[in-house]
Design a protein around this ligand. Structure first.
Ligand code: ZN
Ligand code: ZN
Length: 226
């Protein structure tokens, strides 16, 4: 197993500009510099996740996503990437890949229990189907060991095998660990057998951004993965 972001790079967090964090993109970018980060990816939720999980937010006005093309980091040298957290949706093999109905090129592939409409037992097949179709766009699999979502139903060995075949990294989600939303047994399987792993904050606040990855790295050290 190789961790791809041992240095100051975090590829999973959300903003108030487009989803459910507590700070704006500008605030996050300024804070990232203060924390020594060199690169961050802001990975807001897909349209369907917003509509189903945050109906109040869904009705809120958000700045038009197209205006991101006019945004530049004027504060510091942190490289800022904008991806989207895709959602596995239903038995028709649909995926929600849009923010403000705009297709996003690079993605985290995640499954959220409040979005997914089909039976939970189908989730492994769903992941595999999506990976086979979209592996060129998938940057990593988001929080596959999340016990609030589907870890109980995920055949983690099968998922690891398919990810390894396509060289797709899997995510160790630091916030899930801290919030006790992690299936520890499956996490160990992933850390032992996955070819590539990202350790990301999945932060929804500046506090989580600052602290959570550190705790995940401590877990890795305590368990002799580092
Ligand atoms: Zn997620
Ligand atoms: Zn997320």
């Amino acid at each position: 197993m190789q961790i791809l972001n041992l240095d100051w790079k975090d590829y999973h967090m959300h903003s108030t500009n487009f989803s459910d964090w507590t700070s704006s993109i500008d605030e996050m970018v300024k804070f990232a510099w203060w924390l020594w980060f060199s690169e961050i990816a802001i990975t807001d939720h897909s349209d369907i996740a917003m509509e189903k999980a945050f109906p109040i937010l869904w009705n809120k006005w958000f700045p038009p996503r197209v205006n991101l093309s006019r945004w530049k980091n004027v504060f510091n040298d942190v490289n800022v990437i904008f991806w989207v957290e895709w959602d596995l949706v239903n038995e028709c093999w649909d995926i929600c890949s849009t923010i403000q109905w705009i297709e996003q090129d690079f993605i985290i592939l995640s499954a959220h229990i409040w979005v997914y409409e089909w039976n939970s037992e189908s989730i492994t097949n769903w992941y595999i189907n999506a990976i086979e179709r979209f592996h060129k766009k998938i940057k990593f699999i988001g929080h596959p060991c999340n016990s609030r979502c589907f870890s109980k139903y995920v055949d983690i060995k099968k998922l690891i095998e398919v990810c390894n075949t396509y060289n797709i990294p899997m995510e160790f989600d630091a916030t899930d660990l801290i919030r006790n939303n992690t299936d520890i047994e499956k996490l160990h399987s992933m850390l032992k057998w996955a070819k590539y792993v990202y350790v990301n904050s999945d932060a929804h606040s500046l506090y989580e951004f600052k602290h959570n990855r550190e705790i995940a790295f401590k877990f890795l050290k305590d368990n002799n993965y580092l």
